[in-house]
Design a protein around this ligand. Structure first.
Ligand SMILES: Nc1nc2c(ncn2[C@@H]2O[C@H](COP(=O)(O)OP(=O)(O)OP(=O)(O)O)[C@@H](O)[C@H]2O)c(=O)[nH]1
Ligand SMILES: [Mg+2]
Ligand SMILES: [Zn+2]
Length: 376
């Protein structure tokens, strides 16, 4: 009977994991770790080297062993909210150690500014990326295009949420403006404050699914979460009167389980949307522009026309008569240049690393030779 009791408990707890998005794929990846007696967990949040994970045993705080940290650094990998990890539970009491990160299904990443030209994961193992903008002074189509590039790169479904619809008389023109520049992306005007339109957001969530809110500070990401959860999970704060900007109220990327809707990751407002060197997202976000330019290029006078002022350029003509949107084309070129710059930075960094490696090898071989001489 006791055995049966345990099995029953096990099934119950597995259901808890499944509600957090656990599936057959992760289970297969986990087999070698299960054999070591480790347990799976999903990172809910992390701060200063402490990780809070959801596991079959409930929420556990995990520490990060030095050797694990070093191994991850060598792979340029950093654990992130939403990761499934292997935990060695402490034999007594709550808590454990993180030892592995399971392969991710999707990754929302941005180019992190700074000396090191690397990328930073904002959320992983997500199904939907909600790009949130406010229909107040935050509305900015160029910013949404930029965030869309990151969202397309992630592998998850992008959805644009125009929040604070209660602040405008008619949200429809705003929806159409964004729809025009985001082919293939659902766009919804909602109000987290009044609840209007929230059912559209719910359509892209569901048991076992994970969504993440991305957008500037003050657009109402935490308010959206609270509205979906029907309770205050997160603190919110009014935007500044002077310039309508948010106050960066949320500082921790945190995953919440919302009954019936799956998991939602509320993230801090992003100040910078640095693009990555990866071209896929840009190509998806602007596939209409790219296809149009390709078709037009066939009609340019010169077969190698760069569409930069050459005579008889069909692209210039289309931009002139409005068949091709000037604004959208310019934004595409701008983001493309930025992406190419990121790629060149990445290339330089790899070059520097290779150089350093050779220097280390040369140094080692000199020391080795010297050691040999000293022996004689
Ligand atoms: N009028 C109106 N105000 C809203 C709506 N949604 C959110 N707000 C207000 O906008 C302000 C900012 O909301 P937050 O939810 O804290 O914004 P956030 O995106 O989480 O901001 P950070 O955590 O700083 O990134 C708060 O005063 C909210 O009450 C809405 O639909 N309509
Ligand atoms: Mg917030
Ligand atoms: Zn041309």
């Amino acid at each position: 009977m006791r055995y049966r009791g345990i099995t029953y408990m096990h099934i119950l707890n597995k259901e808890l994991l499944i509600s957090y998005g656990w599936n057959r794929g992760f289970e297969l990846d986990f087999i070698p770790f299960a054999e070591k007696g480790w347990i799976p967990g999903r990172i809910l949040a992390h701060s200063r080297g402490n990780i809070l994970a959801a596991t079959e045993r409930g929420e556990l705080w995990c520490s990060v062993p030095g050797s694990f940290a070093q191994r991850m650094e060598a792979q340029e990998l950093r654990y992130c909210t939403g990761d499934w990890i292997a935990i060695e539970p402490y034999p007594h009491g709550a808590g454990g150690r993180i030892w592995e990160i399971l392969p991710r299904t999707t990754e929302l990443k941005r180019h992190s500014a700074g000396e090191k030209s690397t990328s930073q994961a904002l959320a992983v193992n997500i199904d939907t990326v909600f790009i949130v903008m406010g229909l107040d002074s935050n509305f900015n189509p160029a910013r949404s295009e930029r965030m869309l590039v990151l969202a397309w790169n992630s592998g998850a479904q992008p959805v644009v949420i125009l929040n604070k619809a209660d602040l405008v008389d008619d949200p429809q023109p705003f929806v159409e403006r964004i729809e025009a520049s985001s082919p293939g992306v659902p766009v919804a005007a909602v109000s987290a404050a009044t609840g209007a339109g929230m059912e559209v957001v719910q359509e892209y969530l569901g048991p076992g699914h994970t969504g993440v809110f991305m957008g500037s500070s003050g657009v109402g990401k935490s308010t959206l979460l609270n509205s979906l959860a029907g309770t205050i999970l997160r603190k919110t704060q009014t935007v500044r009167e002077s310039d309508g900007r948010g106050r960066h109220t949320t500082s921790l990327r945190e995953l919440f389980l919302v009954p019936g809707l799956g998991c939602i990751i509320d993230s801090p407002g992003i100040r910078e949307v640095g693009l990555l060197s990866d071209a896929d997202g840009l190509n998806s976000a602007f596939h209409d522009v790219i296809e149009e330019v390709e078709a037009l290029a066939a009609e340019c006078k010169f077969s190698d026309c760069a569409h930069a002022g050459e005579p008889g350029c069909a692209v210039a003509k289309a931009l002139g008569d409005g068949t091709l949107s000037q604004e959208r084309y310019q934004n595409y070129l701008k983001l493309k240049r930025e992406m190419e710059y990121a790629a060149s930075r990445e290339y330089e960094r790899l070059g520097r690393e290779r150089e350093k490696k050779w220097k280390d090898i040369a140094k080692f071989s000199r020391q080795f030779k010297k050691g040999k001489q000293d022996l004689h």
